[in-house]
Write a protein that binds this ligand. Structure first.
Ligand SMILES: *Cc1c(COP(=O)(O)O)cnc(C)c1O
Length: 396
């Protein structure tokens, strides 16, 4: 295959070489502009597809009440926030959203961030000095892994959900354990009762990234801790995002008043970044009201998950141990995952192939995500597409 990247060009940065190498390994990423994404569908190139790739698990991304709240917020507060939060970017709308989240999740205090990636990095950077230790699950999100490896503290990564491995690494009172509520590429959950017990016993702090559990799991969609019956008081730091089940964008970090006040003073991505628009806070606030009352949607979603898992395993596919809307279908080789994703696309089904380095080598997969916006017929169409197993592909 002829590459569009010229490796003849010389300079201080080997951009073209890096791109050619990715291309040759079937690992090059390309973006596809969508024309419209709404509910269970998306439009690309004038054609509509059933969308099994979004993180909009409750279908709230295009909810009328949220759009209306966003527009009303723009009318009242303007399009932007005008400044960073310590200057004039922090409004009554932001403060009310913080209080609403604290009330929803049983937290003393909450702080808003423009995105989860920077929230995670801000927290780790503000807390961990060279005298500290950071313990992370191997499958934690890139934002946590990347910041952990850049910090002056020592980082230990434990095998996925392996509590014996973590216990063997822990040292008393030395730092922070971080794991996820629902793992983003696998859909399985962290063992939070065991994690909180290990943290308490070893006098270390514990942080949950619940980007994919919030809104989806537990009573009122309070997330993984509520679903597993773990008290929010036994986890020192909770992080969640507004861009997944909540259907908007942004993130929060919650915990004690002291934690939030410390971050307001020492978290540089918070202090030196323009605050999220107040209108966005209004939209998130409306979304949380809907999420708390969405038990019906969560029950419907759970029925779709069961229907999908039964159908896919009957077809002989290897599924992950996931009871959440993230349903990875293990393929193995990157080329096979891409080919399968293209086949599904030809059948009008949009499913992303996830390849290394996002997932470990040899575990390329289709990351299928289900949403309460889907109906049973949508799941059956997906299963029909997955039934057409192509010749010449190598599956796990
Ligand atoms: C999406 C995600 C993030 C980043 O959140 P954004 O608001 O999208 O930046 C962090 N952690 C996990 C586990 C995620 O899935």
């Amino acid at each position: 295959m002829k590459s569009v990247y010229s490796t003849a060009e010389k300079g201080p940065f080997a951009l073209n070489e890096a791109l050619v190498a990715r291309e040759q390994d079937a690992l090059l990423r390309r973006r596809t502009p969508t024309e419209l994404v709404t509910g269970s569908r998306l439009w690309v190139g004038g054609r509509d597809y059933l969308n099994f790739s979004a993180n909009d698990y409750l279908g709230l991304g295009s909810h009328e009440a949220i759009k209306t709240a966003f527009k009303a917020g723009v009318d009242e507060h303007g399009a932007g926030s005008g400044a960073s939060p310590l200057v004039t970017g922090y409004s009554r709308a932001h403060q009310q959203l913080e209080e609403q989240i604290a009330d929803w999740l049983g937290l003393e205090a909450v702080l808003l961030f423009n995105c989860g990636f920077s929230a995670n990095q801000a927290v780790l950077k503000a807390l961990l000095g060279k005298e500290h230790l950071l313990w992370q699950d191997r499958l934690n999100h890139a934002s946590l892994q990347e910041m952990g490896s850049q910090l002056p503290c020592k980082m230990r990564r434990f095998a996925h959900n392996d509590m014996a491995a973590l216990e063997g690494q822990l040292e008393p009172g030395r730092g922070l354990i971080v794991s996820e509520g629902v793992f983003s590429m696998d859909g399985d959950q962290g063992p939070w009762a065991a994690l909180s017990q290990l943290a308490a016993q070893s006098h270390n702090w514990l942080m949950i990234d619940d980007a994919h559990g919030l809104g989806v799991l537990g009573p009122e969609g309070r997330g993984t801790l509520a679903a597993q019956g773990v008290s929010p008081n036994s986890v020192h730091i909770q992080m969640g995002t507004f861009g997944k089940a909540l259907g908007v964008a942004g993130a929060f970090v919650g915990g004690t008043r002291a934690l939030v006040d410390y971050l307001v003073n020492f978290a540089r991505p918070y202090v030196y970044s323009t605050h999220m628009p107040a209108a966005q806070a209004c939209a998130v606030s409306q979304s949380i009201s809907l999420v708390r009352a969405a038990d019906e949607s969560r029950a419907h979603l759970q029925r779709l998950i069961t229907r999908f898992r039964q159908g896919a395993s009957q077809l002989g596919w290897t599924l992950g141990a996931s009871e959440t809307p993230i349903q990875p279908l293990l393929v193995g080789e990157s080329r096979s995952a891409l080919a399968l994703s293209e086949r599904l696309r030809a059948a009008g089904l949009w499913v992303g192939a996830i390849r290394p380095p996002t997932v470990p080598a040899g575990t390329a997969r289709l990351r299928i995500t289900l949403s309460a916006a889907h109906c049973e017929q949508d799941i059956d169409r997906l299963l029909e597409g997955l039934g057409m197993r192509a010749e010449g592909l190598h599956y796990a």
